[in-house]
Design a protein around this ligand. Structure first.
Ligand SMILES: Nc1nc2c(ncn2[C@@H]2O[C@H](COP(=O)(O)OP(=O)(O)OP(=O)(O)O)[C@@H](O)[C@H]2O)c(=O)[nH]1
Ligand SMILES: [Mg+2]
Length: 337
């Protein structure tokens, strides 16, 4: 009989130690978790999986074919693939903005919700949540019951968006179970669809997240991914720039600001940023450079790392490991610079 890992959903097997789903042959009968999840859960050790993004995208297409209610979980620091997923939304779907506890208090929640409602009108509802702080869980639970088409509701989104953490909070709040899904700050934790029964009328289906190749986490070592993962409310770093200025982001890269401007950087509070001499300090200048302009109505995004707002049109030179997406978008968070 096939057995699936209760942490990541993968098929358990005891033949291929280097493949997903491996368990020691002697443990196969009694275990419910693969070796990868066991080591992640108990020792914080992460093992890269070899599943391709094409596999995850096939799962997403299949889900939308079911015509069940979908909860699309989005972390605004990791919005690559947003348009890809939205392009599939033609059945009931709720947009869930996750990790609201890390948003600065200055943010106007109503404006944030309107931004998404206007830009993505096919979502039935847009709601902010924090699984960490148990914020808006009851409200979302009510919306799920209002819009679900059957007992099954799919939870999908990018890898690391917070899907499994959200389901764990639902398990904690609304069931007496104590089996939780495995979560981590590294990408591709959940590897297959996992069905979680919340009550007789509701089963949540966790899904593997889509990996965004342009996200900086796919280009950094685990120790640095841990450093840039945002765990607490962001305290924006504000710089009044009078002349070309360099900011050195420790262990990550360099941001050159080329003209006078007031800059706010929304980034993990754990990342050290040093102002350095623009011309005399060459640190990180050997990394890949993106030259980009940002208007005051926009924000500059370094996918998976931060976003930056500026008080006027500002030219930037961003030095990072190759492959990270750097782009501008209409401001999501209202102006506070
Ligand atoms: N601050 C904060 N962090 C959160 C919250 N929800 C999830 N996280 C963190 O986000 C990271 C990813 O969470 P997961 O629940 O594993 O994300 P996922 O969407 O299931 O990821 P995959 O399984 O890889 O698709 C973990 O480090 C979580 O602790 C939240 O509400 N607030
Ligand atoms: Mg997951």
């Amino acid at each position: 009989m096939n057995k699936y890992c209760c942490g990541c959903g993968v098929l358990l097997q005891c033949e291929e130690p280097y493949e997903d789903g491996y368990v020691y042959p002697t443990h196969f009968e009694e275990t419910v978790m693969c070796r990868r999840c066991f080591r992640l859960k108990h020792y914080g050790e992460y093992k890269v999986t070899n599943k391709s993004n094409a596999f995850y995208k096939t799962i997403i297409k299949d889900i939308f074919r079911q015509q069940e209610l979908v909860l699309h979980i989005v972390d605004i620091f990791n919005m690559g693939n947003m348009d890809y997923i939205y392009s599939k939304v033609f059945s009931p779907a709720i947009l869930v903005i996750s990790k609201y506890d890390i948003f600065p208090k200055s943010i106007n929640e109503e404006k944030l919700i309107s931004y998404f409602k206007n830009k993505y009108p096919r979502y039935k509802e847009v709601i902010t949540i924090s699984s960490e702080k148990n914020y808006h869980m009851d409200e979302l639970f009510k919306l799920i019951n209002k819009y679900k088409c059957s007992n099954e509701v799919y939870v999908l989104g990018n890898t690391n968006a917070g899907k499994s953490s959200f389901i764990n909070k639902m398990i904690k709040n609304y069931t007496d179970k104590n089996n939780f899904l495995v979560t981590s700050y590294m990408p591709a934790t959940t590897l297959n669809v996992i069905s979680i029964k919340i009550n007789e009328d509701l089963t949540l289906l966790d899904t593997p997240g889509i990996v965004d190749d342009g996200n900086i986490v796919t280009h950094l070592d685990e120790e640095i991914v841990k450093l840039i993962t945002i765990k607490n409310e962001i305290k924006p770093r504000i710089y009044q720039v009078k002349e070309p200025t360099s900011l050195i982001l420790d262990k990550i890269g360099r941001i050159n600001i080329m003209n006078e401007s007031n800059i706010s950087i929304y980034i993990s509070n754990n990342v050290d940023i040093d102002k350095a001499s623009f011309s005399k300090n060459d640190k990180y200048k050997d990394l890949d450079c993106t030259k980009i302009k940002c208007l005051d109505s926009e924000e500059l995004v370094i996918e998976g790392l931060c976003f930056i707002k500026c008080s006027c049109k500002t030219k930037f030179e961003i030095y990072l490991n190759e492959g990270t997406d750097v782009y501008t978008r209409d401001k999501i968070i209202g102006s506070d610079v």
